[in-house]
Design a protein around this ligand. Structure first.
Ligand code: FAD
Length: 331
């Protein structure tokens, strides 16, 4: 099929996670003018590394895999500029039988030197407004303007608005404009995740780098400092199950901390003294969803994100590429 180059459009992208950045980059390559609005102070979203004194700990996505040919190429580009590397982790699993070594079956990649590095690489030539939480989309004369919590009404007028944020956060923004998109968001229920980051003065006597935990309150345990280009100082991350996290979602950080610490000690035999904890409110989908990004060509309003495609880092990136392709077709 032969496509005619579309007219350049002014596009607002909400969210600078991997999906938003991937989409914005593809749209920019098509010749469109894209401005990204991001509520936090940096890019990467749930791909995130927390730094504390001499320590660093990946407290969101732990690694990513690559199966799609286009994403594989993207990962190779990141590797070639030092923004990602293979994590040659010694893997185990834990269940009633105890600890069992797992043979690596897939390549596990991480951002280097931090989990935000791949996002930073994508963001290089993009225009991003940080600390800008979009709380309202206003439709005016066939175009869009944006309102943010921090800065009020934005002066720019956009032809198209795209949301690359978790379903629950997208839901409130699309509700006044599209019942179909609203329903699509509502159907994608996302579950929380309580995460514990542990900093230790000496290496813990555990003979592995990462473990899938199949019983108890945790589902994942990893030596974050075993990843390439991380600080040497011993750092561990433990992620609670979706069930445990949902049941304890209402707790404050201080209330959840002793429970997370007790669980860590029960699992590893080590009682953390120096630690931080974090609640991801929208960590992952309750039910898998692969229906793909959505776009309403009349409204010029669209949605992408991991929760539309594959639920993972790779899916987030692919969803951004796919939404850009859909726009190209509708232009
Ligand atoms: C604890 C945890 C562990 C995980 N482990 C893995 C793993 O091992 N492997 C894997 O592949 N995936 C993992 N994931 C999932 C992976 O992190 C996500 O699939 C992926 O990063 C999602 O990218 P995204 O761009 O779709 O969304 P996000 O990364 O969530 O990006 C959305 C962005 O939008 C911003 N935003 C939200 N609302 C607004 C608003 N109103 N205005 C402006 N900005 C807004 C947010 O600040 C954020 O930066 C994990 C996730 C969590 C939470």
């Amino acid at each position: 099929m032969h496509h005619v180059m579309s007219q350049p459009r002014s596009i607002a992208m909400i969210g600078a996670g991997l999906a938003g950045l991937s989409c914005a980059q593809a749209l920019t390559a098509q010749g469109h003018h894209v401005q990204i609005f991001e509520k936090s102070r940096g890019v990467g979203g749930r791909m995130s590394t927390r730094s504390f004194e001499d320590w660093a700990c990946d407290h969101g996505a732990q690694y990513f895999t690559a199966t799609d040919p286009a994403f594989k190429l993207q990962v190779e580009r990141w590797q070639s500029v030092g923004a990602a590397a293979l994590w040659d982790a010694k893997m185990t699993s834990f269940d009633a039988e105890g600890w069992q070594t797992i043979k690596p079956s897939v390549g596990r990649f991480v951002g280097t030197p931090s989990m935000t590095s791949p996002g930073k690489q994508l963001a290089k030539d993009l225009t991003i407004h940080f600390s800008t939480t979009i709380d309202q989309l206003l439709r005016e004369g066939g175009g869009w303007t944006l309102h943010s919590k921090e800065h009020g009404l934005n002066a720019s007028r956009f032809d198209t608005v795209l949301l690359a944020i978790p379903s629950k956060q997208a839901e409130v923004l699309v509700q006044p404009h599209s019942q179909v998109l609203y329903q699509y968001c509502q159907d994608a229920v996302m579950l929380p995740n309580w995460t514990l980051m542990v900093y230790a003065k000496a290496p813990l006597p555990l003979d592995f780098d990462a473990a899938f935990i199949n019983q108890g309150m945790y589902s994942w345990l990893a030596r974050s400092s075993s990843k390439p280009m991380r600080p040497q100082a011993e750092a561990w991350v433990a992620q609670a199950t979706s069930e445990w996290s949902s049941a304890h979602e209402h707790l404050t950080k201080d209330e959840a901390a002793p429970l997370l610490v007790d669980g860590f000690e029960a699992l590893t035999g080590y009682r953390p003294e120096l630690f931080q904890n974090h609640l991801w409110r929208f960590a992952r989908l309750a039910q898998p969803n692969d229906t793909g990004p959505q776009f309403d060509p009349t409204l010029q309003l669209g949605l992408c994100g991991d929760w539309t495609t594959g639920q993972k880092v790779e899916g987030a990136w692919l969803s951004g590429q796919e939404l850009a392709r859909i726009l190209f077709i509708h232009a």
